[in-house]
Structure formats: structure tokens, C-alpha cells
Write a protein that binds this ligand. Structure first.
Ligand code: HEM
Length: 399
């Protein structure tokens, strides 16, 4: 039953500033612990804009992340129906989820990420060589921010360099909600074609990388190995590239914060955390659905109803953060939900932080006079994608 006084509204998506969440969230957060929301097909559901309620939802046993019950909060032709593919653990619940996740957590610990730092530094510097060669006016997204995370992840899994660019395009198409059905089908078929070539070839010749380790473990079928590989590739590429680009755009437009960082490089860890909070590039949030009728945040959520957490809004909750709308790279009170929370909290979070730290540090070190080559309000944004960030970012510097 929909409350007649509060008819469900669609997810707010209109932004008046590229660095801030859509305008419609603040009044909802001020008024309600949980709000009614209407999914694009008219199905009523729920929206969370407060931090405390979001954290509670992510650890609540009555809510599921299984793909079959999730509805996209914004219109798209790219609907995924039925359960997730075997091995694609992000859209499953325990015990299936933990069965797969625990096989790869060892590759994404703080310690393992530290060991990967020299590889990340090498890739970052090689891409910065390309930027220097491209010269002032180059598109940072094309030359630097997209390439770095995809090269890192491909090296970790053992994906040949020749496959990297097309994989990048497939992931981008599947993360773009405005992709047409033929475009999406072509991307799905490109991705499946890659997996069907790559995984069997490594089963007969396992290497010293994540996939080789999973193969030698002997616990997964070929289909599961494909699902795990696809999950790691899609998890890493679109997210980290957009965050890297968005962070650069934001720092260039907040010169006081950039100057503070350049004066005190020790602030880099805190700056990355603050950028993850302030920007929250998973701008369509994270959704769960009720496994049973459940009392939550003062409401009855009916079995099957979907709840979407507006991650950008919860990370700006004034109940949780002082001056939440201010970018403050010296902020020490983190604990943001930009990388999720609970059992599904981002598997690659330490890797993402390392790529961002190394990436920002090396970029501003080598190009201290870096600035936008276009007007700040002319930067085209990926607001039609699952992950938000600049579509291109043309930059210049003093040679
Ligand atoms: C700045 C970059 C990144 C952001 C903002 C980000 C964001 C997120 C968020 C919000 C979730 C939770 C989704 C939910 O609860 O429904 C998540 C999960 C996940 N992320 Fe990331 N991510 C980033 C980088 C990465 C990287 C580098 C990897 C590489 C492996 C990765 C792999 C995953 C996977 C596999 C999951 C699903 C985890 C699970 O269900 O157990 N992510 N990410």
C-alpha cells in the first residue's frame, strides 16, 4: 500500500553542482528516516538518505543483495533478470557469497596491496609519460585515469595487454545506463567471448596470478572461474578510473585544498578518504530487498520490497559529519560508506586507495602547474552511468 499523503517519487538525480549529490536528497533526509520511492516501472520501494539507517540496512539479516530481487533505481534497458551467474558473488547472499569471496580476500589485504605498490607506481609513471608525450590539452581520462586501474587489475588477474582496451569498452558500455539493447548485447557477447577464450587457456596453463591461484585451488568449475574473473574486472575498472578522474577535477576546483596537500604530502591518506566520502561516485547507491515483512526505521517494509541507499546522501549526513558539504582533506573523522559496509563492503578497497594515493601524488608531483584546459562547467559528466565521473578531462600545464 502506498501512503496517499506521500506518493512515491523517483530517485533524485538532478545536480546543481558536479561535486555535490542531487539536490532532492537534503529535504528527504531532514524529514524522514526512510522515504518512499518509486522505481522506474512504478513499483513502490524505499530510499535511505541517512547514515545510521544505511549502516543498519547493510548488516540487517532480513535484507538480501541477491540479483533476482533488485530493481534499477533509474530507467535503463539493461535489466538483469534471475540469479547472478555462478561465481559472480557481489549479487549473492551468504553462504554462497562467502564461499567465493573468501577465495580471493587474500589478494586484496592491506599487506598484499603494499606489496603491489611498486607495480602500481610503475604503471602510473608509464601513463604519466604518455600524458607528457600527449602534451598540454590532453584528455586525462583517456591517457591516465582509465588506463591505470585497468592495467593494474589486468596484471593481477593475468589478462593479456592485447585484451585490455576492448574489456575497458565492454565494462564502460555495461555501466552506462543509456546504452541501447544492441550495444549492451554486443558488450555482453564481447565479455563472454573474452572469458571463453581466456579462462580455459589458463586452466591448461595456470600462471602466477589470481586466476592461476584459483585454478590450482581446484574448488571452482570453469563457469565459476569465469564469473569470478568478470566480477573482479567489472568491480575494479569503472569505479577506480572514475574516482581518480573525479578527484583530480575536484582538487583543481578546490585550489586551497590542493595547495594544502602539496604543502603537506603526509595528508594524502586522509585526502583520499575525504575525496571518497565527499564525491561518493557510486551515485545510484546500493540496493537490498526484504526477504520477509520487516519493521525497519519506523516503517513496515513488505517482503520483496527494494530499499536503495543513496550513498552520496548518507555520506553528507550532518548527524554524522560536521560541515558535511565542505571538502576538508584534513578531516580525521572518516568511516564513510563510499565503499559500502557489512559483508559486501568493497573487496578492492585497499587496492583502490593505493591506486588513488599513488596516482594523485605522482600526477601533482610531475605536473605541479596542472589545470583544466576547459571551463570547469563544461566538463562533460557521466551522469548516465552506474559510476559518476568526468567523461573527459582536458588538462594543461606549463611545459
Ligand atoms: C574508488 C573505487 C571503488 C569504489 C568507489 C567502489 C565501491 C564499491 C561499493 C560501494 C561496493 C558495495 C556495493 C554493495 O554493497 O552493494 C563495492 C563492492 C565491491 N567492489 Fe568496489 N569499489 C571500488 C574499487 C574496487 C576495486 C579496485 C575492486 C577490485 C577488485 C572492487 C571490487 C568490488 C567487489 C568484487 C565488490 C563486491 C563485494 C562483495 O559483494 O562481497 N572495487 N565497491
Amino acid at each position: 500500500m502506498v501512503d496517499a499523503l506521500h506518493p512515491p517519487a523517483p530517485l533524485p538525480t538532478k545536480r546543481s553542482c558536479p561535486f555535490d549529490p542531487p539536490d532532492g536528497y537534503t529535504p528527504l533526509r531532514e524529514q524522514e528516516r526512510i522515504s518512499r520511492m518509486s522505481y522506474p516501472d512504478g513499483t513502490p520501494g524505499w530510499l535511505i538518505t541517512r547514515y545510521a539507517e544505511a549502516k543498519e540496512l547493510f548488516t540487517h539479516k532480513s535484507f538480501s543483495a541477491r540479483q533476482e530481487g533488485i530493481i534499477s533505481p533509474v530507467p535503463t534497458e539493461l535489466a538483469y533478470e534471475g540469479p547472478a551467474d555462478p561465481g559472480a558473488f557481489a549479487k549473492t547472499d551468504d553462504p554462497v557469497h562467502s564461499k567465493y569471496r573468501k577465495l580471493v580476500t587474500g589478494f586484496f589485504t592491506v599487506r598484499r596491496t603494499r606489496q603491489l605498490t611498486p607495480m602500481i607506481e610503475r604503471i602510473v609513471h608509464e601513463q604519466l609519460d604518455d600524458l607528457e608525450e600527449a602534451g598540454p590539452g590532453a584528455d586525462l581520462v583517456e591517457v591516465f585515469t582509465e588506463s591505470v586501474p585497468s592495467r593494474v587489475m589486468c596484471e593481477m588477474i593475468g589478462v593479456p595487454e592485447s585484451e585490455r582496451k576492448s574489456l575497458q569498452r565492454h565494462v564502460e558500455t555495461l555501466g552506462r545506463l543509456s546504452s541501447t539493447v544492441p550495444e549492451a548485447l554486443a558488450a555482453v557477447s564481447g565479455m563472454s567471448g573474452f572469458l571463453a577464450r581466456f579462462v580455459p587457456s589458463r586452466i591448461s596453463d595456470p600462471r602466477d596470478d589470481i586466476l592461476g591461484d584459483l585454478i590450482r585451488g581446484g574448488q571452482l568449475t570453469e563457469q565459476e572461474l569465469m564469473g569470478m574473473t568478470a566480477t573482479l574486472i567489472t568491480g575494479a575498472l569503472d569505479t577506480t578510473g572514475n574516482m581518480l578522474a573525479m578527484g583530480v577535477y575536484t582538487l583543481l576546483e578546490h585550489p586551497d585544498q590542493l595547495a594544502k596537500l602539496q604543502e603537506d604530502p603526509e595528508l594524502m591518506g586522509a585526502a583520499v578518504e575525504e575525496l571518497l566520502r565527499f564525491l561518493t561516485i557510486s551515485h545510484l547507491g546500493a540496493s537490498r530487498w526484504a526477504l520477509e515483512d520487516v519493521e525497519f526505521a519506523g516503517q513496515t517494509i513488505k517482503k520483496g520490497e527494494v530499499v536503495t541507499v543513496a550513498l552520496p546522501a548518507v555520506n553528507r549526513d550532518p548527524e554524522r559529519y560536521e560541515n558535511p558539504d565542505q571538502l576538508d582533506i584534513g578531516r580525521t573523522d572518516h568511516g564513510h560508506l563510499g565503499l559500502g559496509h557489512g559483508v559486501h563492503q568493497c573487496l578492492g578497497q585497499h587496492l583502490a586507495r593505493a591506486i588513488l594515493r599513488v596516482g594523485y601524488e605522482a600526477l601533482f608531483d610531475r605536473f605541479p602547474t596542472l589545470r583544466l584546459a576547459v571551463a570547469a562547467d563544461e566538463v562533460p559528466m557521466r551522469d548516465d552511468c552506474v559510476h559518476y565521473g568526468p567523461r573527459s578531462l582536458h588538462v594543461t600545464w606549463d611545459d
